[in-house]
Design a protein around this ligand. Structure first.
Ligand SMILES: [Zn+2]
Length: 180
């Protein structure tokens, strides 16, 4: 099985949210743990964050092109939210994406984040242009103090483990739990 992991933002032309925590940093920290766990479970990980891009649209296009070219089975985009909300939400479009989104958001809620649910959406480039089921994980809000305090208390590894567990519930790539 091939899973494309898109560590969101982290380019000069495509910066993440900055609040009580920095989204670029949180996406990378969670992504590194998640990639390590998946690789330990013999999942082939396609790393989608480009080394450079001309602008925001080019950044998104390069990520999706990498996944499409590699013929990844699933596309997981890692983000943290902003805009004054509270808790975790996961966006999807396809039915299979919906199953992954529900499983992951429920696991994130077990860490203590408010469960904003799995949300069907056509408004995101990576969901629209990827050829495989795709989801965008928004683990919590960078501009909400209580969310950031909880994120720091549980840590990037626990957030990655929650995403891993949700993926594994649906995709069943590992029969034994793997730790980050
Ligand atoms: Zn983001």
């Amino acid at each position: 099985m091939k899973i494309a992991i898109d560590i969101g933002h982290n380019l000069p032309c495509d910066g993440g949210a900055v609040g009580f925590l920095n989204e670029n940093w949180c996406n990378t920290a969670v992504g590194m743990h998640l990639i390590s766990m998946l690789e330990k479970s013999q999942v082939e990980v396609i790393k989608c964050k480009p080394g450079s891009a001309d602008d925001l649209r080019d950044s998104l296009k390069r990520r999706v092109t990498t996944a499409n070219t590699a013929k990844a089975d699933y596309y997981i985009s890692l983000h943290h939210n902003a805009g004054g909300g509270k808790g975790s939400e996961v966006f999807y479009f396809s039915n299979k994406g919906g199953a992954l989104a529900s499983a992951i958001v429920n696991e994130l809620a077990l860490l203590g984040f408010e469960n904003r649910g799995a949300k069907k959406s056509t408004h995101y480039y990576v969901i629209n242009w990827s050829e495989m089921p795709a989801i965008i994980v928004e683990a919590c809000f960078m501009d909400t103090k209580t969310d950031c305090e909880l994120w720091q208390r549980v840590g990037a590894k626990a957030v990655a483990e929650a995403i891993y567990k949700g993926l594994n519930q649906v995709l069943k790539f590992s029969s034994t739990p793997v730790s980050a």
